[in-house]
Design a protein around this ligand. Sequence first.
Ligand code: AMP
Length: 375
Amino acid sequence: MDVRSNPPAEAGGRELSGITPSGSLTLGNYLGALRRFAARQDDGFFFVADLHALTTEHDPARLRRLTLSTAALFLASGLDPDRATVFVQSGVPAHVELGYLLESTAHVGELGRMIQFKEKGGRPGTRASLFTYPCLMAADILLYDTATVPVGTDQSQHVELCRDLAIRFNATYGATFTVPRLAPAAVAARVRDLADPARKMNKSAPDDAPGVIRLLDPPDLIRRKLRRAVTDSDGEMRYDPATKPGLANLADIVAALTGRSPQEVIAAHGRYGELKDTCVDAVVGALDPVRRRHDELMGDPAGLARLLEHGAGRARSVADPVLRRARDAMGLVGAPYRADGGCGVPPMPTAAGRTTVDEDGERRTLQPPHQGNRS
Ligand code: AMP
């Protein structure tokens, strides 16, 4: 799952990004996501999407560890809790609740067409949440009144669904959600697997995958993985991602970390081994402070919990009013959960549709007003 909304600054929208803690974060996550988060963090919302990690079999202890570690890596990579809202998704119950309301808006036909469900689901033992999680993802987006969602190829179907659900909900129950616009995502550099450059470096690869650099790998391990990176046998220093993907990947990594172009990086080296050495220095130099800061944060669990609760509180203050609008529009009258401990009983907006008892003791149900176009 990758929820992202990083609208162009001129659109005035807020950055919203979530990463599922389904594996230990990689150099790809750092260059493709975390480093950009820090650069665009003001008023942004950044969450660890732990609920999305429940759609396939999971180990609770591992999930707990990865969730906290991912949050610590967000902070260690430069997100400042005073400038950005950093939180764990399950700390904001509105995500689950709006997810259910949207499941009650979505149709099984459209969820069944989701490519990721068709690829990974459909077996008797498949978790039901793998079928319904696009509704949770739609809730992730709609709760923050997100105006623009940039769409890469792998998530476009989910974002289209989010839009369809928002439009259908608004048409059925009255204007409730900001309907997000789709925008083409900026093309970000893809870091490739060092052992198989045809594939992207993926956090969900096995923990000991030799071609995946984890942000928490110690310098020695990073050095070993980079020294063993697959290249090619012609020995020619040339930037050509199509025919020399391993070499191009190393040059891309150095380029991303040093601000030079990959062609310049290649031209500055006479042999593959020299480029690998430069790559080791650049990666270790960038990740060492991140790992140290992560370890400090993880060494103070109460302090980390306080920072995340601070973020969750800010997220709830934005998400809860949106959820309340949706609950009211759908006719739910139960007291909404309130983190401040208040009873949260909403005022009765109108008597319509509710059962009342007349002065003479007769029970009477008032009819609801017209509530928008039902489709
Ligand atoms: P994922 O790990 O696929 O859930 O993706 C989380 C975020 O990290 C998304 O913004 C991805 O675009 C980014 N990301 C993941 N892997 C890579 C990679 N190998 N290269 C560049 N960006 C990546």
